[in-house]
Write a protein that binds this ligand. Structure first.
Ligand code: UDP
Ligand code: MG
Length: 145
């Protein structure tokens, strides 16, 4: 998910392009103004942290772009492309490493496990009618089989 700072700074195209170029397939994408209760549910594992309130304010502060990307090992691969939580520790070449300097303005969220991804897709998307089942015509040029 592209966070509100990523949208406001004009990085939607840049971020989407990185996943496209990698060879991942976009199965869902939408802009969304996050209700407070969705932000709190999304980050419920962090509800005891001192930054939880500011984090939910940040996520609700403007439109986000919710995305579902498919590909081999996509959760781990996307996390590597996104980089470490603190952008000052994210490697150059990663999204956060290239585009951000603060942990509280780190431009993008990525699911940390397949289980989290399933939970987050169910939370942010309104069901299977918002997700697409299709193949890219370039698939044989990206995937060996
Ligand atoms: N965050 C923060 N301060 C911290 C740690 C995290 O503001 O000290 C925010 C940051 O935006 C981060 C989000 O909380 O992306 C979720 O934290 P998590 O540890 O799950 O990091 P992520 O999975 O996003 O790398
Ligand atoms: Mg996380």
């Amino acid at each position: 998910m592209i966070k509100p700072d990523g949208v406001q700074r004009g990085y939607m195209g840049e971020i989407i392009s990185r996943f496209e170029k990698k060879g991942m397939v976009c199965k869902g994408l939408k802009t969304f103004m996050t209700p407070r209760e969705v932000a709190e549910e999304h980050y419920k594992d962090l509800s005891s942290k001192p930054f939880f309130g500011d984090l939910c304010d940040y996520i609700c502060s403007g439109p986000v772009v919710c995305m579902v990307w498919e590909g081999p090992g996509v959760v781990k691969s996307a996390r590597l492309m996104i980089g470490a939580t603190n952008p000052l520790e994210s490697a150059p070449g990663t999204i956060r490493g290239d585009l951000a300097v603060e942990v509280g303005r780190n431009v993008i969220h990525g699911s940390d496990s397949v289980e989290s991804a399933e939970r987050e897709i169910a939370l942010w998307f309104g069901g299977d009618d918002e997700l697409l089942d299709y193949e890219m015509c370039i698939k044989p040029w990206v995937r060996e089989e």
